[in-house]
Design a protein around this ligand. Structure first.
Ligand SMILES: [Zn+2]
Length: 221
């Protein structure tokens, strides 16, 4: 099986559904975490139509995911966002306002507010997630050293509001499941001692029944 194709993706969802996981949006998880839960998180960095395809596949299976959109045209698209929203998925803001503001947190928070409003015209937004460009000298999370996103009606940011001792995190950075080892920003501390390279590796492990109970997958479709 060629990896990181739709075939591999379907096989992964098959194995998770066969293992009787519940699928939750990030906000749904924060409000009421299930015992065995999968969060399918999508950072829509670009190629927004790929994300739309993922959303349709999930919808056809009766499962939901969370989609984080940037303000750039490769990501932000009113039609795509509405369509994904209408399928019952969660829409969130993939913020990079420290980059937009050249590292000035006061300017960044003003932009954050404006961009959040723009997205909220299309969908209710209660969670956000930072965009981490490897080329940027700024860490977009740093705006929250000066401000509190809860003031904007935001209930969660994965990097701050998930206990990664309890939630296993897998990201497809670099088209592998262990690329976080070389990524600068998309990193969480490992508490599970588990490492997977390919999708078939992950599927094998799910099939054996040893996969953790709470998992966040991060896709860059
Ligand atoms: Zn991103």
């Amino acid at each position: 099986m060629r990896d990181f194709t739709l075939t591999a993706y379907h096989a992964l969802l098959d194995s998770l559904q066969a293992a009787k996981y519940q699928f939750q949006t990030f906000s749904g998880f924060l409000k009421n975490p299930a015992v065995r839960t999968i969060m399918l998180r999508h950072d829509v960095d670009d190629r927004k139509l790929h994300s739309l395809e993922f959303a349709k596949i999930q919808h056809a299976r009766g499962i939901v995911g969370t989609y984080y959109f940037r303000m750039v045209p490769e990501s932000f698209d009113e039609g795509v966002i509405r369509e994904i929203r209408d399928m019952g998925h969660e829409i969130g803001y993939h913020y990079e306002d420290m980059d937009f503001a050249n590292g000035d947190p006061h300017q960044a928070v003003k932009l954050f507010e404006k961009h959040l409003d723009r997205l909220r015209k299309l969908a209710p937004v209660t969670t956000i997630c930072m965009h981490g460009s490897p080329r940027s000298k700024y860490d977009n999370k740093d705006v929250w050293k000066h401000y509190d996103y809860r003031q904007y009606g935001i209930i969660g940011e994965p990097y701050f509001d998930i206990d990664f001792k309890k939630v296993f995190y897998l990201t497809d950075t670099g088209r592998m499941w262990d690329g976080h080892k070389v990524s600068v920003r998309d990193k969480v501390e490992d508490h599970f001692g588990l490492s997977f390279h390919s999708t078939p590796d992950v599927i094998d492990y799910i099939g054996k029944g040893n996969f953790p109970g709470k998992v966040m997958f991060n896709f860059h479709p």
